[in-house]
Design a protein around this ligand. Structure first.
Ligand code: NAD
Length: 297
């Protein structure tokens, strides 16, 4: 299926470079953001900025939203989807709660528009380099329709199942990540006090049963993995505030379906405390400092 102009709502840290990559791929992109600076930056990258979302409704055959939270997505889709031609593909790539994602799909279905929840992993660097991973929920047909667009903004594209399963996979993965990072940090904090060098612990655990991504790709102490944010004073990377957002989404989802996730709950509480101490803009692996400090109290 061919795609004409693409509408893009939400041109911030992620949406801006994603829209720019669609322009680079040859699409006409019509964009809107409530923030003037985001619109200006996107215009510089070749996005045609419109003065209201309604203005782009008649002229696009696909729409992408990249917004802060579920309430923004549902509000934008509620206002805009009724104005789109039936058959227009709608993709939301924000990280939002599963219930809002399913509510957005329902709005699209009411107006005969195929839709995808397609949250991403890879951060602003991946958005710029078009190496994002898209984690997608929606019908197989909508997925195949959206794949050519997503492939211009990302490298790995996974279809996880029906509506909402993209968001479900994203928050389940990030709950594993939050928990495993705290586990790795605790092990380093304990090892240090037991007279074990960080490198020795790394060398053993990296090839033993403690091996995990938080250790071998994102080690929270400087040295063993030169590319990890610990080597750059915990400049993100993946900011604590965003990890906390995802852990809260996982907790909300767990409550909704009455699933017990005690480790996820504790990880969420620890990141909330760390965030409240003013560390929201630091990489999430900096929580090792917080754990060491608690030991010293
Ligand atoms: P951002 O705050 O930089 O961008 C969001 C943009 O949406 C802003 O420019 C804002 O002005 C705009 N906006 C808000 N309400 C709007 C509305 N009603 N109409 C039009 N525009 C509106 O955030 P971001 O970092 O680009 O993140 C966007 C989404 O991607 C979030 O859901 C976030 O959790 C997710 N995400 C971010 C990262 C990351 O590393 N930044 C990584 C993965 C996923």
């Amino acid at each position: 299926m061919t795609v004409g102009a693409i509408g893009f709502i939400g041109l911030g840290n992620m949406g801006g470079p994603m829209a720019a990559n669609l322009v680079r791929a040859g699409y006409k992109v019509m964009g809107f953001d409530v923030a003037a600076d985001a619109s200006l930056a996107a215009a510089g990258a070749g996005v045609t900025i419109v003065s209201s979302p309604e203005e782009l409704a008649g002229g696009v055959s696909a729409l992408v939203t990249m917004l802060p939270s579920g309430k923004h997505v549902v509000s934008v889709w509620s206002a805009l989807v009724p104005l789109l031609s039936p058959g227009t593909l709608i993709i939301d790539s924000s990280t939002i709660d599963v219930d809002s994602a399913r509510a957005a799909h329902a709005i699209a279905a009411t107006h005969s528009c195929p839709s995808l929840d397609a949250p991403v992993s890879g951060g602003a660097g991946g958005a710029k380099a078009s190496t994002l991973t898209f984690i997608v929920g929606g019908s197989r047909e909508a997925f195949e329709h959206g794949r050519p667009i997503l492939s211009r903004m990302g490298k790995n594209i996974f279809h996880c199942g029906d509506a909402g399963t993209g968001q479900a996979a994203k928050i389940c993965n990030n709950m594993i990540l939050g928990i495993s990072m705290i586990g790795v940090c605790e092990a380093f904090a304990l090892g240090e006090k037991l007279g074990l060098s960080q490198q020795a612990l790394y060398d053993v655990a990296a090839v033993s049963s403690g091996q995990c991504w938080s250790l071998t790709s994102y080690c929270p102490v400087p040295g063993p993995v030169p590319t990890s944010p610990a080597n750059a004073d915990y400049k993100p990377g993946f900011a604590t505030a965003l990890m906390l957002k995802d852990l809260k989404l996982a907790q909300k989802a767990a409550e909704t379906v009455s699933v017990s996730t005690p480790m996820g709950a504790l990880a969420s509480q620890l990141y909330a405390l760390f965030d409240r101490q003013g560390h929201g803009n630091e990489d999430f692996s900096a929580i090792i400092r917080f754990l060491r400090q608690r030991g010293a109290e």
